[in-house]
Design a protein around this ligand. Structure first.
Ligand code: ADP
Ligand code: MG
Length: 471
């Protein structure tokens, strides 16, 4: 029966898909119209269910009649998280999530050797460059109350990656507060303690680019998935960049599941807490909350000074303490800018051949603080508003009455009026090519809604924070 099924399936899927997803299947038994097939991993089962359930169902009914049923016997890798016995799930499945968590029945271990497409021979020995910056280690990461929880969770994880309750570790916080540094420090420490482990740091934007490349270059998608599923510690930086990118989110969802199920460590960073992330699928967000979410906040004065001291010490430069304290008291929202200020002052003092004193520092600081503040522009407002709602930028100028888009456009107009000096007609012409009356109406609508609709008000205030924070 299975042979016949395979013939039909072969004609209906691409050769690569057939090889990857159907050849490894082992038919186990056929009883009362119930066919049991064995698949190499829980991920494999999930993927079949998601991508090929229709063709499987049709084929089976063709062969066995309308009463046909399919059962899976799933091989679970023994990784200390389960007893290594395959479990069986039944078809047609009603509620997948439930099935995944609660296997319907447990079967005896199958003897049949099977080909597992996820264990590519030799891949464990493959040298994956972890893409880590050696400077971003724990020794260079100054501890403060702003990062205490995240840092200690990170240290715990590096000593037993994948084996703690902190999986995934979700690090979130504003720009320049140390997310990338801390996430990389964990990777570096894992490599130091367990050199054989495959660690990979990847930024979400890069991941997306790789995925899109794989997706369009005919069926490289399996290579892409295989590669990511071979990682022991995966660090995905700036996951908020996935907003609105559904296919990428899907791919990551599968990778996440596979890694998590096989006891591999995931570390994610984001500019917002999982609960506040816009434009990401619910099923991803719920997984992000499985482990530990730890926030990085703005460092206090002592920590800022300690960071500057560490920096000059590492670079072998001598800078008087009062200068460091002066810088630390003036730049207090962003560690990247804090370091940037120090570097730029050092450069200036070298250029001018002057000692870096508090006087010189105070001469320079004003220019610096000003130059790090971006002007808020209408373009920037549109970008932030769209990002917030997970909408592509173009929709603001689309001719549509869709409520969410109309509202996003109104909010963008409202902020353009309140935060820039542009006239109503300029704003209108830049946002959706509307006239000044439309902009005026938008401002009124937003003001009214802010008074009557709490949720709306919270959204507008969130966006305002983003606009101010990033500028
Ligand atoms: P984010 O990823 O949150 O935007 P980064 O990790 O890139 O921030 O950090 C910005 C800069 O601040 C980096 O140069 C980093 O080394 C430094 N930095 C952040 N946190 C600390 C810390 N606790 N101790 C020392 N340096 C830090
Ligand atoms: Mg970063």
């Amino acid at each position: 029966v299975w042979e016949n099924c395979l013939k039909i399936i072969k004609d209906n899927v691409s050769p690569v898909s057939f090889k990857t997803w159907f050849e490894p299947i082992v038919p186990v038994k056929l009883e009362n119209n119930v066919l049991t097939i064995q698949v190499p991993s829980p991920f494999f089962y999930e993927y079949l269910e998601e991508q090929y359930i229709d063709i499987l169902r049709k084929t089976l009914r063709k062969e066995l009649g309308p009463e046909a049923k399919l059962e899976y016997s799933v091989i679970v890798e023994n990784n200390g998280y389960n007893d290594g016995a395959p479990f069986t799930v039944k078809f047609p499945t009603q509620n997948k999530t439930e099935l995944k968590n609660k296997p319907v029945s447990v079967q005896a271990v199958q003897e049949t050797p099977i080909k597992n497409p996820f264990i590519i021979p030799g891949i464990k020995k493959l040298n994956v460059d972890p893409q880590l910056n050696p400077e971003y280690n724990f020794a260079n990461f100054v501890e403060g109350s702003c990062n205490k929880l995240a840092r200690s969770a990170g240290i715990t994880i590096s000593q037993a990656p994948g084996k703690t309750a902190f999986n995934p570790l979700f690090i979130y916080g504003g720009s320049g507060l140390g997310k990338t540094h801390l996430a990389q420090a964990i990777g570096i420490e894992v490599k130091r303690l367990f050199p054989e482990k495959i660690v990979l740091y990847v930024n979400a934007v890069k991941f997306q680019t790789q995925f899109v490349d794989a997706y369009f270059k005919h069926n490289n998608i399996n290579d892409f998935l295989h590669f990511y599923q071979s990682i022991d510690v995966l660090i995905l930086d700036d996951v908020h960049e996935f907003a609105g990118k559904e296919k990428t989110q899907d791919a990551f969802f599968h990778i996440f599941n596979h890694l998590h199920q096989t006891g591999k460590q995931l570390i994610l960073t984001s500019d917002q807490a999982p609960a506040d992330l816009q434009g990401l699928e619910k099923r991803l967000l719920s997984r992000f909350k499985w482990g530990l979410s730890a926030e990085l906040t703005v460092p206090d004065f002592e920590t800022r000074v300690a960071i500057l001291k560490k920096k000059v010490y590492n670079d072998g430069i001598v800078v008087p303490n009062d200068v460091l304290e002066f810088i630390a008291s003036n730049i207090n929202q962003n560690i990247r800018e804090l370091e940037g200020a120090l570097i730029s002052m050092l450069a200036q003092s070298t250029l001018n051949g002057k000692q870096l004193t508090v006087e010189l520092a105070s001469e320079l600081i004003e220019k610096l603080v000003k130059s790090t503040k971006k002007d808020i522009t209408i373009d920037y407002i549109q970008k932030v508003v769209c990002e917030y709602f997970g909408l592509p930028l173009e929709v603001l100028s689309a001719k549509t009455r869709k409520r969410e888009i109309v509202q996003a456009r109104q909010i963008a107009m409202y902020f353009s009026k309140s935060l820039t000096k542009a006239s109503l007609s300029t704003i209108g012409s830049m946002i959706g090519n509307k006239d000044h009356a439309t902009v005026l109406h938008a401002c009124k609508t937003v003001n009214n809604l802010m008074e009557t609709d709490k949720r709306f008000r919270a959204q507008v205030e969130d966006i305002q924070k983003k606009l101010k924070y990033n500028s």
